[in-house]
Design a protein around this ligand. Structure first.
Ligand code: ATR
Length: 289
């Protein structure tokens, strides 16, 4: 008799996550005997949890705030995860823990669907400097965008900018532009084509907060061709996106990135093509009830 596989999403907080609903529906659709659960892992419990992990789980999603910290507990990283410096998917293979990054793929697919244009030469501001920001920055840079990282803690924005500027030198990548950085107060819409929030500000239950006030200086903004993306998907319409709509900006909600990173994760765990439409249907049902 085959033993059901076991997967989870780890994070703190993690209650908002729709990974179990989406992944369990995909397993069921393909007749795969597996269960997916969520586990709230506090930052100081991560080491102990990961030591137990390999004997219990076949894989997991990793979310805020563990995407970078989890790396020290893994045996191997995919090329993308190593370059990005963040892991959002772990696969247990013959007792070894392999870290992957499917956030970059999810984010770039969402941007491709939402922007209806090329990223090349676009001026992008990324809010936040954590694991999700790393995937966004790397993806946007590879696509030839000009990036500015703005973060609450300036030192973390500098660390991230320095790391990717170094990668640019090491790999001699021609279309990389030097990354700039600043604090959230340095927000300025001038020459910003795309703003992406990767911080948790605005996530349930704090739905009336935004990482920056884009309504401030709205006359300037209304003259700009401007898109705002939030990677938060609960709520779908965060305060940042509601404000963006108010000033006539185009918005990209967090569900598309979530869906595509989840589909890639499913494929890494099962080796089978993800049933994207059923995953999309469940996500839509959960987000629009
Ligand atoms: P993830 O791996 O999901 O990206 P993370 O690594 O914990 O999560 O990163 C969270 C990011 O959101 C960080 O850039 C963090 O800023 P700091 O570097 O100052 O910690 C940012 N962040 C978290 N809470 C925030 C808040 N209340 N206001 C502004 N930024 C916040």
């Amino acid at each position: 008799m085959s033993v059901a596989k076991k997967y989870c999403v780890i994070g703190h907080p993690v209650a908002h996550s729709l990974s179990p609903e989406v992944q369990n529906a995909a397993f069921e659709k393909l007749g795969i005997e597996a269960v997916f659960e969520k586990v709230d892992v506090q930052p100081d419990e991560l080491g102990a949890f990961m030591h137990r992990f390999r004997s219990v789980y076949d894989g997991c999603n990793v979310t805020i705030p563990h995407k970078e910290k989890v790396i020290e507990y893994l045996d191997e990283l995919s090329d993308d995860a190593r370059l990005i410096g963040a892991v959002n998917v772990v696969v247990t293979e013959n007792g070894r823990l392999i870290g992957h990054n499917t956030d970059r793929y999810g984010a770039m697919t969402a941007l491709a669907e939402g922007l209806c244009g090329k990223m090349n030469g676009k001026n992008v501001i990324v809010l936040g400097a954590g694991g999700a920001a790393r995937a966004l920055v790397y993806g946007c840079l590879r696509a030839g965008a000009n990036i500015t990282i703005l973060n609450r803690t300036l030192a973390n924005a500098k660390t991230l900018a320095d790391a990717f500027n170094q990668i640019r030198k090491d790999e001699n990548i021609e279309n990389f532009h030097v990354i700039k950085y600043g604090s959230l107060d340095d927000w300025n819409v001038e020459q910003c084509d795309l703003l992406v929030n990767t911080t948790p500000v605005g996530m349930e239950p704090g739905i009336d907060s935004a990482p920056i006030d884009i309504l401030h200086g709205r006359s300037e903004i209304s003259r700009t061709n401007f898109t705002v993306m939030d990677i938060i998907y609960r709520p779908l319409f965060t305060k940042l996106l509601r404000d963006a709509q108010e000033i006539g900006a185009k918005i990209i909600t967090g569900d598309t990135m979530f869906l595509h990173q989840a589909a890639r994760a499913f494929e890494l765990w099962t080796g089978q093509k993800a049933p994207l439409e059923i995953m999309r249907k469940i996500l839509t049902k959960e987000l629009f009830v």
